[in-house]
Design a protein around this ligand. Structure first.
Ligand SMILES: Nc1nc2c(c(=O)[nH]1)N[C@H]1C(S)=C(S)[C@@H](COP(=O)(O)OP(=O)(O)OC[C@H]3O[C@@H](n4cnc5c(=O)[nH]c(N)nc54)[C@H](O)[C@@H]3O)O[C@H]1N2
Ligand SMILES: Nc1nc2c(c(=O)[nH]1)N[C@H]1C(S)=C(S)[C@@H](COP(=O)(O)OP(=O)(O)OC[C@H]3O[C@@H](n4cnc5c(=O)[nH]c(N)nc54)[C@H](O)[C@@H]3O)O[C@H]1N2
Ligand code: SF4
Ligand SMILES: [Mo]
Length: 910
């Protein structure tokens, strides 16, 4: 076995991993004990990375270039030369006819810095348009705009180490326990070490993060500015602001002071739906603690006033001098593994390399000189939402989408699907071939991914880490940067700039690209001229800035109180409460909030391949308050139609004590490929913040109605590990085939269950389960051979059951009409119970599971497979958490479930 050090490809915590591999296959993964982001730990997602690269996952990979010869035709496999020549020809033709602004690239914060750098240079340097935007627009652009507005540069001033130094931690708009689990482990540790440290959580939901807090402010969605202004009001009234700091290091305080005079705790309390006293208490903790740190994420960024959400919070740090000291400062948590690197190379439609400003002619000239081109364009390009609107209108004709899945993740999916349909030429550069966006690709370019790639990423705390390849590329997949470089030379030739393109894109390795990027940072706030691949190799990850001659990076910025603004002073921003793009109305009476689950990553192209990552939450459920459910006569598991002004989606409903009445929540992960319809994001509006252009993904007004039409259907197939060590049938191949069925049903959910022997589960509800449809489905599941299949049919009651027994175990089941026993049967299949145990049930007109038998409920501890029902039973029986952990080991490995274990214990004992 060989080991290769790399970085986790999921969240912005940026944990170091050690990849174990043998004969070109990844066999295991563990945390890198030397990596400063995680010191050896991994969360549920990181710890299962090797499973996402298991042999059967090849079935889900894009392995060869594929080209569609004409509209409506199926794509055919082609060689790389044909693929890239066609791409270059189409781009060149469109540029010649309509100008460079008629083409665009849409990338992602999951590309490596080197990939990002060449995409940016291609678009802004060679093609000559600023139409290069990325999914960071949906993610961090309000944080970027907020930092620049308030502090002068897009630089998070803090480090993870500050968590251990702070005496008051404010977590706002972030479910750190789910979304940045290893950072949350540090919070737990810090509180254990210093029990007097205060944790204040600001979130409309009582998340596991909020459950851990000393003070939870469950504000109404979109009311953060009113809250922070009121906190400042209290600080002024009580004399808690730091006049010395304000005088010496800031400007603009008077204008803000005038505004916050109006924001009394009582007035803000009514906007935010909070008790006046809670606001005062929060203000006191923030202002009077020796060191206050705030960590924040999408609950602030994803609003149509996201930039001011950020600045209103930073105002508090400036007013109290809680910045530039150990344990103090505004710390924006980055979402993706390299959202930071993307920002560093200027990878957005309004940014230029190394934090330069597009509007600044001197900055443009510097970039042009670095790249050896006469100039770079001055007008900002199209931001994400604007780009898709322009594709729909025909203003932009061709788009190259790389490392992101906009047909799942952008708001207003109806618009996105129309835009991709309307586009003249769509290139999709993907590692996995089954995403919603791949369906629209005229040209599909297979990319390498985690475990195969080489380069660098920057995490939330400005630390640059190496990403290393452990295994070779599968099929004909190529590295993202290499595809861009090859394309750029071919495009250059067609634009009559062959020589220029060859000069601009001479790279033979990611290191050469990185060295050029490094040079672009010379003298800038993020100067990394003192770093090299060799140093990262020998000394491990390093934080920026790290200029030539330095011996270490900076742990903390602005310690001297000097800010990168023209006058060196930080700026107070006059922030006012604004209302969300949509307000609830009689027709759409509920607030809809959306966000992350613990074990899934975005559109699930990778986490969705790993059966055990569905065991915490197996399908997208609409989380709702019990009063709102009662009003609609809803019970857990009922099907509802959730409708906004843009479209609707059918989901199961789940009562949740985490929400206040009038609000509901839906996980963001499920797109058209895993549910019926266009997925969750058909509901969300495309309205965006005027400064950051980040869309309001945290809020829509919706109506919820019970849905009882049609007939229920459940189809399941178990895979076994064969003598060759492979799964038979390959569950991921089966999932691919079953995906084609989803559009037949108004409600559908396609998931995996189990662990070593996974079960593919399709649940659906159809208006008409026609015999022909059932027959075809039975063929997919090997339920069509009457000699091997157990079958019960009762047409009067419209109950139909079918099961396949292989050896002694239940290998496949299909229920139509009545499906109440589905969970129980799925459990029987997952546990590998003998088929004899269900034979009587199958062959009788029974619909409910046998008395006393039920499914064991969601799995809380993923590492040791411990389910909720067993945990609750233990607590009810008086077992302590320690005893439970000794007995079952739950929560003792990655720790991701510890917050939930504590909440369950609290629920039973209080
Ligand atoms: N497991 C998992 N982890 C991830 C990801 C993933 O897909 N899965 N994705 C990564 C990425 S790219 C990102 S950007 C991060 C996102 O990380 P987070 O932002 O922490 O995650 P979310 O669940 O999107 O939203 C955070 C919280 O904002 C709250 N919120 C909603 N409205 C408001 C409001 O008006 N005010 C306040 N104060 N809070 C509000 C929501 O209730 C939610 O609990 O996660 C990263 N980590
Ligand atoms: N409702 C709602 N919607 C949201 C959000 C929300 O909170 N609520 N959050 C938003 C946020 S913060 C984000 S960041 C976005 C994320 O949205 P997306 O960017 O669409 O999310 P992913 O599914 O991670 O897409 C990354 C794609 O890149 C592919 N890929 C992986 N590795 C590689 C590689 O090395 N090279 C290439 N070429 N491809 C690769 C993956 O298979 C995957 O399909 O979603 C946004 N959408
Ligand atoms: S916290 Fe989890 S998902 Fe994030 S980098 Fe670490 S292991 Fe990966
Ligand atoms: Mo994100």
């Amino acid at each position: 076995m060989t080991e290769t050090k790399s970085t986790c490809c999921y969240c912005g915590v940026g944990c170091g991993v050690i990849i174990e591999h043998e004969a070109g296959h990844i066999t295991g993964v563990r945390g890198d004990p030397q990596h400063p982001a995680n010191f050896g730990r991994l969360c549920t997602k990181g710890a299962t990375l090797h499973l996402s690269a298991a042999p059967e996952t090849l079935a889900a990979r894009a392995l060869h270039p594929e080209l569609r010869s004409g509209r409506g035709e199926a794509r055919q496999r082609v060689g790389w030369d044909t693929a890239l020549d066609t791409a270059a020809e189409r781009f060149a033709a469109i540029i010649a006819e309509h100008g460079p602004d008629a083409v665009a690239v849409y990338g992602a914060g999951q590309l490596l810095t080197e990939d990002y750098y060449v995409f940016n240079k291609l678009v802004k340097g060679l093609i000559g348009t600023n139409n290069l935007d990325t999914n960071s627009r949906l993610c961090m652009s309000s944080a970027v705009a907020g930092y620049k507005l308030s502090l002068g540069a897009d630089a998070p001033p803090c480090s993870y180490a500050d968590i251990a130094h702070t005496s008051a931690l404010f977590i706002t708009g972030s479910n750190t326990a789910f979304a940045h689990p290893i950072a949350f482990r540090r919070v737990e540790e810090a509180r254990k070490a210093r029990p007097d440290m205060k944790l204040v959580v600001i979130d409309p939901r009582r998340t596991d993060t909020a459950e851990a807090a000393d003070l939870h402010l469950a504000l109404l969605p979109g009311t953060d500015i009113a809250l922070y202004n009121a906190m400042l009001h209290v600080m002024l009234w009580e004399g808690w602001v730091d006049r010395g700091y304000i005088e010496a290091h800031t400007e603009g305080f008077d204008a803000l002071k005038k505004i916050v005079r109006e924001y009394t705790p009582a007035m803000a309390g009514s906007i935010c739906g909070l008790d006046r006293k809670a606001i005062e208490e929060a203000a006191q903790i923030f202002a009077t603690s020796p060191a206050t740190l705030s960590m924040y994420c999408q609950g602030l960024n994803q609003y149509s006033f996201g930039t001011h959400n950020n600045s209103a919070l930073i105002n508090l740090h400036l007013a109290t001098g809680q910045i530039g000291r150990p344990g103090a400062g505004p710390f924006s948590l980055t979402g993706q593994p390299n959202a930071m690197g993307g920002r560093e190379v200027g990878g957005l439609a309004n940014l230029l390399s190394a934090h330069r400003d597009m509007a600044n002619p001197a900055h443009r000239a510097e970039v042009a000189a670095l790249w050896g081109v006469p100039d770079v364009p001055a007008t900002p390009g199209k931001s994400a939402v604007e780009l898709f609107r322009a594709l729909k209108s025909g203003e932009v004709k061709a788009v190259w989408i790389a490392c992101t899945n906009p047909a799942q993740s952008l708001p207003d999916q109806a618009l996105v699907h129309e835009a991709l349909q309307a586009a003249e030429f769509v290139i999709v550069q993907e590692a996995f071939g089954h995403t919603e966006t791949c369906a629209y690709a005229d040209l599909l370019l297979p990319a390498t991914t985690w475990g195969e790639k080489d380069g660098t990423v920057t995490n939330s705390e400005r630390a640059i880490s190496r990403v290393r390849a452990a295994v070779p590329a599968p099929g004909e997949a190529r590295h993202d940067w290499a595809i861009v470089v090859d394309f750029a030379r071919r495009l250059g030739a067609r634009l009559g700039e062959a020589e220029l393109a060859a000069r601009m894109f001479p790279y033979a390795s990611p290191e050469e690209i990185w060295n050029e990027h490094r040079e672009s940072t010379r003298g800038r706030d993020l100067d990394i001229t003192g770093l090299s691949y060799a140093l990262l190799e020998t000394a491990g990850p390093q934080q920026w800035p790290f200029p030539e001659g330095a011996s270490a990076g900076k742990v903390r910025l602005y310690e001297d109180g000097v800010f990168p603004t023209p006058g060196g002073r930080a700026r107070f921003v006059a922030t006012e409460h604004r209302i969300t793009a949509e307000s609830p109305s009689a027709r759409f009476p509920l607030h809809l909030n959306s966000g992350r689950l613990r074990d899934q990553w975005h559109g699930m192209s990778r986490t969705g391949l790993v059966a055990r990552l569905y065991s915490h939450e197996s399908e997208p459920m609409l989380h709702m308050h019990k009063d709102d459910m009662a009003r609609r006569q809803l019970a857990d598991g009922d099907l509802v139609k959730v409708k906004s002004r843009r479209g609707d989606v059918m989901l199961k409903v789940l009562e949740s004590a985490t929400l206040r009445a009038g609000q509901c929540f839906v996980p963001m992960h499920w797109g058209a490929n895993a549910t019926g319809g266009l997925g969750i994001n058909v509901l969300l509006p495309a309205d965006f913040d005027p400064y950051s252009k980040q869309p309001e993904l945290k809020h829509a007004a919706v109506q919820v109605e019970k849905y009882t039409d049609g007939k229920a259907l459940v189809a399941m197939r178990r895979s076994e590990v064969g003598t060759d060590g492979r799964l038979h049938p390959n569950p991921l191949e089966l999932m691919q085939r079953l995906r084609h069925w989803l559009p037949h049903f108004p409600y559908a959910s396609l998931t995996l269950a189990g662990r070593a022997a996974p079960v593919v589960v399709l649940k659906a509800r159809g208006d008409d389960l026609a015999p022909a449809l059932l027959e075809a489905l039975d063929r997919e599941l090997s339920l069509d051979d009457p000699t091997r299949v157990l079958s019960y049919q009762d047409s009067r009651k419209s109950v139909a059951k079918r099961a396949l027994v292989e050896g002694d175990s239940l290998a496949a089941v299909r229920l139509a009409g009545e499906t109440k026993a589905a969970e129980w049967l799925a459990d029987m299949m997952v546990q590998g119970h003998s088929a004899a145990a269900v034979r009587t049930w199958l062959l009788a007109p029974l619909t409910q599971p046998p008395a006393g038998q039920a499914a064991r409920g969601k799995v809380i501890c993923n590492c040791f497979d411990v389910a909720e029902d067993d945990i609750l039973a233990a607590f009810r029986g008086g077992e302590t958490l320690d005893a439970l952990q000794t007995r079952t080991k739950c929560g003792t490995n990655c720790g991701s479930c510890v917050p939930e274990l504590k909440r369950l214990q609290h629920g039973v004992t209080s």
